[in-house]
Design a binder for this molecule. Structure first.
Ligand code: NAG
Ligand code: NAG
Ligand code: NAG
Ligand code: NAG
Ligand code: NAG
Ligand code: NAG
Ligand code: CU
Length: 188
């Protein structure tokens, strides 16, 4: 029958695309993956600029290397550095939302078991207000369910207390202060 053939062709096509969807979920990139974020201050008079590269050399669940430079920060200081929920910059850095926290944990230090996925701690600036980044993180990912691609990065005007401030806000923001600069993580 014509209609029966038509229906089974549809079913075949549907199951083929389901198989394809299972093998290639969301057509995500696979390691090695290199991503980059350009950071800019939200105000016209902002002095903070930077670029940071994220590299996942080998498979899912492997560490991500973070390298880059951020200029125009307070000299000789620790400044909060996080992946935030959203790549939305329509309202400056505010619209990036809270720390990226897909596992609904409290805020912590990068090496803590309990932390937001986006908790990358602090960056250290030199006497000229320049932070040179060169570290790895075992939690953020560039592929899979905890991928940070397309999300926001924020460098703060204050120091992240890494959740040790003994206040409720310490366990959500680390009291890291206002947002000095931000950007969206894209493929390099
Ligand atoms: C930069 O501009 C903002 C308003 O957009 C103002 O509140 C702030 O004081 C200015 N900062 C400096 C250093 O001029
Ligand atoms: C982006 O941020 C703006 C400002 O906070 C908000 O109004 C808008 O809904 C956001 N867009 C999306 C898609 O969430
Ligand atoms: C996240 O955890 C808090 C308590 O730690 C809980 O009150 C809240 O309902 C949780 N949210 C989700 C979406 O699971
Ligand atoms: C986190 O642990 C790594 C080793 O896994 C170590 O090299 C690094 O210094 C630690 N970071 C901090 C801030 O303690
Ligand atoms: C970054 O750190 C790695 C390992 O600690 C080191 O081998 C490398 O030379 C550093 N790179 C720069 C540019 O400092
Ligand atoms: C955190 O908030 C809860 C509920 O609002 C409050 O009972 C508690 O005292 C607060 N803890 C601190 C350390 O501020
Ligand atoms: Cu932050």
């Amino acid at each position: 029958m014509f209609s029966k053939t038509l229906v089974s062709s549809f079913l075949l096509l549907a199951s083929l695309s389901q198989i394809q969807a299972n093998f290639f979920p969301h057509h995500e990139p696979t390691p090695p993956i290199k991503a980059i974020v350009y950071l800019r201050g939200p105000e016209a008079n902002s002095t903070v600029t930077g670029s940071v590269v994220f590299e996942q050399a080998s498979g899912p669940n492997e560490p991500v290397k973070i390298t880059g430079t951020i200029k125009g920060l307070t000299p000789s200081a620790l400044r909060g550095f996080h992946v935030h929920q959203s790549g939305n910059l329509t309202d400056g850095c505010t619209s990036t939302g809270a720390h990226y926290n897909p596992k609904n944990q409290t805020h912590g230090a990068p090496n803590d078991t309990v932390r937001h996925v986006g908790d990358l701690g602090n960056v250290q600036t030199d006497a000229n207000g320049v932070a040179t980044l060169n570290f790895t993180d075992k939690v953020i990912q560039l592929t899979g369910p905890y991928s940070i691609l397309g999300r926001g990065v924020v460098v703060h005007a204050g120091t992240d207390d890494l959740g040790k401030g003994n206040t409720n806000v310490s366990l959500s923001t680390g009291n890291a202060g206002t947002r000095a600069a931000c950007g969206v993580i894209g493929l390099a």
